[in-house]
Design a binder for this molecule. Structure first.
Ligand code: ADP
Length: 397
């Protein structure tokens, strides 16, 4: 255990020698230092921290009450016990009013001295514990304050994200809605003309396109909500990825005038996936390739196997993504969609890659991008063939 440092101040040298000796015989765990004047005591107090100071009041030069005032000013946590002459009650009261912890009357009774000193040391120890607890509380309060600041910031950011998202949705809905309204307004006029039916039939194709756009937006928003609330679930079945890619490419061919090429490096690649969700992710990559490529530029889908992974890639010969834009695209995969799109391309809501990434990661895979400005882009879905299972062994059984 640490010893408690005590400072004894008295200009009576006989007492200054006798008291430490008496203390060392009757009290353990204390280390007594002495000063023969209040001035000398002040110098020592500046250099060293004492657990209790015991001082005579009547001393030549600075007296014990002045010393008490200085200690109170600079070290209010240190208890001071003052010694007064026998019957000098007036001084004793002054000492207590000045903030002394206790007083002792001369001639000093040993038991009284030990008892007063023990109480003072105990009080010092309690004050120290309170100081430690206070500091811990302050630290706790500070960390709580920081946490509140962080959460408030997150809340503000998420509100900003929601605002940006709402703004984007409004913009995205505006165009197909306007189209629908214009066309339906024209129906009436067209139907009264001789060639009206044919014109209406052509316009109905536009109506269908606008409705599909809105349906896709609705689906993407629904999926985003599922992803953000961790409710995106998969219905995995053992699927042949070659067939799955063929059917997505065929579907794409029907809905657009683009003919993507499909190359499979294996005839048969079986994987445990949700075919609907993987098709959806592939369609998102395909529609980006189409959206960001010049008209008529070729788009290729490849499927290959690498160790225990299947890699479905979509290559385009569009403008690619500039190196400085790439980190931002990555950021977009991992951020809540909405805000970043405003900074980047005004083409869409920025949900396509976000949803594709979530679907692939839900399968235990990852979405990768390789791109160079002017040299097209390759977006790849890397999917585990079967999580934790050795496929070759399985197939050989
Ligand atoms: P959206 O196309 O709706 O903006 P996406 O999440 O699908 O949202 O794409 C995010 C961004 O990534 C796009 O705005 C575009 O800047 C970039 N991007 C995606 N795919 C391609 C691509 N094939 N070529 C060039 N840029 C692309």
């Amino acid at each position: 255990m640490d010893t408690a440092p005590i400072l004894l101040v008295d200009d009576d040298l006989a007492l200054l020698q006798a008291l430490p000796r008496m203390l060392s015989l009757r009290m353990s765990g204390v280390e007594v230092q002495t000063a023969d004047s209040a001035q000398a005591a002040l110098t020592m107090i500046e250099q060293h921290e004492y657990d209790t100071i015991v001082s005579d009041i009547k001393m030549s030069g600075m007296d014990g009450l002045d010393l008490l005032a200085k200690v109170q000013e600079h070290h209010p946590e240190t208890p001071v016990v003052l010694i007064t002459g026998h019957g000098d009650h007036e001084l004793a009261i002054q000492a207590l009013r000045g903030g002394a912890y206790d007083y002792l009357l001369k001639p000093i009774d040993r038991d009284d001295f030990i008892a007063a000193l023990s109480r003072a040391l105990h009080t010092r120890q309690l004050r120290r514990q309170v100081e430690v607890q206070q500091r811990a509380l302050e630290r706790h309060a500070l960390s709580l304050e920081q946490q509140v600041k962080k959460l408030t910031h997150e809340l503000v950011t998420s509100n900003a994200t929601n605002d940006a998202m709402l703004n984007m949705i409004t913009q995205q809905l505006a165009s197909p809605l306007m189209n629908l309204m214009d066309i339906t307004r024209l129906f009436d006029v067209q139907l009264q003309r001789a060639d009206g039916i044919e014109k209406v039939r052509q316009d109905l194709v536009k109506v269908e396109r606008a409705l599909r756009q809105m349906e896709k937006l609705h689906q993407d928003l629904q999926d985003t909500s599922l992803i953000r609330t961790n409710r995106l679930s998969l219905r995995c079945t053992s699927s042949n990825l070659v067939e799955l890619c063929y059917s997505v490419v065929d579907e794409y061919l029907v809905s657009t005038d683009v003919v993507p090429t499909f190359e499979a490096f294996d005839d048969h690649l079986q994987a445990e996936v949700d075919p609907g969700r993987i098709s959806q992710a592939l369609l998102n990559l395909l529609s980006n390739a189409y959206k960001y490529s010049p008209e008529g530029a070729p788009i290729t889908v490849t499927l290959q196997r690498s160790d225990r992974e299947a890699i479905i890639s979509v290559h385009d010969q569009g403008p690619g993504i500039a190196a400085e834009q790439l980190p931002y695209i990555w950021e977009q995969f991992y951020r809540v969609p909405g805000i970043e799109v405003q900074r980047g391309s005004p083409a869409g809501l920025g949900l396509g890659l976000y949803i594709a990434r979530a679907i692939v990661e839900q399968h235990g895979g990852r979405l990768e991008v390789q791109s160079q400005a002017g040299n097209g882009s390759t977006f790849s879905m890397v999917l585990p063939l079967a999580a934790g299972r050795d496929l070759d062994t399985d197939q050989s059984q």
